[in-house]
Each structure stands twice: as C-alpha cells, then as structure tokens.
Design a protein around this ligand. Sequence first.
Ligand code: MD6
Ligand code: FE
Length: 220
Amino acid sequence: MNLDLFDDPPLWEERISEGTVVLRGFALARQEEVLAAVQQVVAQSPFRHMMTPGGYTMSAAMSSCGQLGWVTDASGYRYTRQDPLTGNPWPAMPDTLLHLAISAAERAGYPGFQPDACLINRYDPLAKMALHQDKNEQDFSQPVVSLSFGLPVVFQFGGMERSDKTQKIVLTHGDVLVWGGVDRLRYHGVLPLKAGIHPLVGEHRINLTFRKAGRLSDLI
Ligand code: MD6
Ligand code: FE
C-alpha cells in the first residue's frame, strides 16, 4: 500500500498521554473525499438511532462500514457482519478511509494497524455520548483511530474507572485522535453538541472510529 499519498503532516501533534495523541487537522486535506465516502456508506446503510441494552435510545445516529459493524439493541453491544436494518453485509470500507486511518495510526506510533470496523456517528445539537470503555473488540493490542468532522465537541477523557476525573479535549473539524496501548481501555465520552453551522458539514458533527474488532483468524 502506498502510504506516501497520505503523508500529509498534521498541523500539529498534541500528546495527551502515553498512548494517546491528537493529530490536529490531519484529515483536512482529504475532507471532501472523506465526506463523499461517508455519504456513499450511508446511502447503503443509513444513519439510525440504536437502542442500548437498558432500553434508552442513543442520541447519536450511527452507521458502520468494514467487515464488522458495531450495533446495540436489547440483547447487548456487539459487532455484526450484517447491518440489522438492511439485512445486507455492512458496506465495504472505502479506501480513502482505510488509508487515512492506517497512516494516522502509523504517525501516532502504531504501525501495522488493520482496521476491520469503522463506526460512523452523527451528532445533531444536544446529542452526546456517556462515559464508556471501548471493549467489544477482540484485540486490544491495536489502537482506536477517531476522526472528527463538522461542529466542534468537548471530548472527555477519563481513567480506568468510570468515577476517575476526566480531562476535556476539544475536537474540531479534521482532527484525528489516536489512542491505544496503556490507554486503550480508558473511559471516555462526549458532552452535548452545541448548535452551529459548519460550512462543509452543516448542523452536525460526524465522528468516524476505526478499530480492529475481530480476531486475527477472522482475516485468514
Ligand atoms: C466520538 N468516540 O468521538 C465518540 N472511542 O463521538 C468514541 O467513543 C471513541 O473517539 C474510542 C476512541 C476514540 C473515540
Ligand atoms: Fe468510544
């Protein structure tokens, strides 16, 4: 794979902790391609509000692409190969997205990232995400790569316990947050989105999170 194509440097790098870095503006040079890829995915697997196992409707609307997609319903949080809404396999992960995620991981110190799942979140004003850990994946040795587009949001970055105090990080259009290693299971969430209009994305924030969700053997 030719990663030179994607060798645009970030505007600057912000080290958050040992395993976590924000690559500011890393996805800016590819913003149109990324948004076109998102539109292509959601034309096949539309955004929807899923239900938590506890019976609450999630305020962020979600879709997925890649071999595995993240879902939640009354029977729990998990990854599936098919979109339960359409009954079809999740749309393939567009190359632009795959390459951007791999090159961001590499720049952040995680070479060899093999994402098989990309969760796409759309936040409308007041949508939020409660503190949680990303622990439905089989492989915690690989990082999570998270792209933010559109309206800015306050991301809360906590510790290994839900009650640990959180650090606030503002994520804005084009930023890529990469975390892994010792930070992989830290609690995190996002505060309610403030209303606004982004010139390219409109009245939303779009977040894409890439993960290696399946086992190594799933790829063979
Ligand atoms: C969001 N992101 O930024 C939600 N998880 O809208 C996440 O839950 C997340 O951004 C793990 C790593 C990075 C993330
Ligand atoms: Fe998360």
